[in-house]
Write a protein that binds this ligand. Structure first.
Ligand SMILES: [Zn+2]
Length: 232
């Protein structure tokens, strides 16, 4: 069962079209696997559409708080929502028009079907280091780097903390760290407050969004940098 969900603040930003494409994609992948968050997004979207047509002084609820804090004009909010709909709907629609062939990636001999939202994203050539394989998602978002990361059975990542944030959306398989065990669909957000050493007994594939380098807390940070730059 999925235990880790995006926070409501993040869902509101998603609905308002305020997130980088990489994080929006992560939320969309999670929502496709999580009816609870999917329903919440539908409700927030309705609310955003309603408030975007309402007078500013009659706005009520969480969404309006965000709106007034940000000073967004209702019309902008509506456009942002259309935009995010376009981004998230496009792959599925295009897929129907073209054919039904699943788009997949092969990492060290294992083929994975990509989530719908990723089927039109460009992927970098797979690379590997030890039991880790990675393919960059070529989104060109500056310091925000997103990747598909595979940990082979028995693989782990040295204990580290985060100089920025690290979002992990588990796509297949399972892994565990100092905070628990994760299953497909789990949406995990960590930052400098968290220190962990992920390991996967049976192997897993993750979608990751990382905003800054990792800091290794055991061993010699400098020697572990190749792994750090592999994940960031
Ligand atoms: Zn959820």
């Amino acid at each position: 069962m999925i235990n880790h969900h995006p926070k409501i603040e993040l869902l509101i930003q998603y609905v308002n079209g305020e997130l980088p494409a990489s994080i929006s994609a992560g939320i969309k992948i999670h929502a496709d696997l999580c009816p609870k968050c999917n329903n919440q997004i539908i409700e927030l979207t309705k609310h955003a559409a309603e408030t975007s047509f309402a007078q500013e002084d009659t706005l009520v609820g969480i969404g309006s708080e965000v709106l007034s804090l940000k000073g967004d004009e209702p019309e902008y909010n509506f456009d942002a929502q259309s935009m995010i709909n376009n981004i998230t709907d496009m792959p599925a629609e295009t897929e129907l028009k073209v054919d039904d062939t699943p788009v997949s990636i092969t990492l060290r001999g294992v083929e994975y079907e990509l989530p719908n939202v990723m089927k039109h994203m460009s992927l970098g050539k797979p690379a590997q280091i030890g039991k880790l394989s990675r393919s960059r998602i070529l989104l060109d978002e500056g310091h925000i780097h997103s990747s598909l990361l595979r940990i082979e059975a028995g693989g782990s990542i040295p204990e580290h903390t985060h100089n920025g944030y690290e979002i992990t959306l588990l796509l297949e398989g399972s892994f565990k760290d100092d905070m628990g065990e994760y299953v497909a669909g789990d949406f995990i957000v960590l930052d400098g407050k968290h220190q962990h050493q992920p390991m996967s007994e049976l192997g897993c594939l993750c979608y990751t969004v990382v905003s800054d380098s990792l800091h290794f807390t055991q061993g010699i940070n400098k020697l572990l940098n190749p792994i750090g730059s592999f994940i960031y």
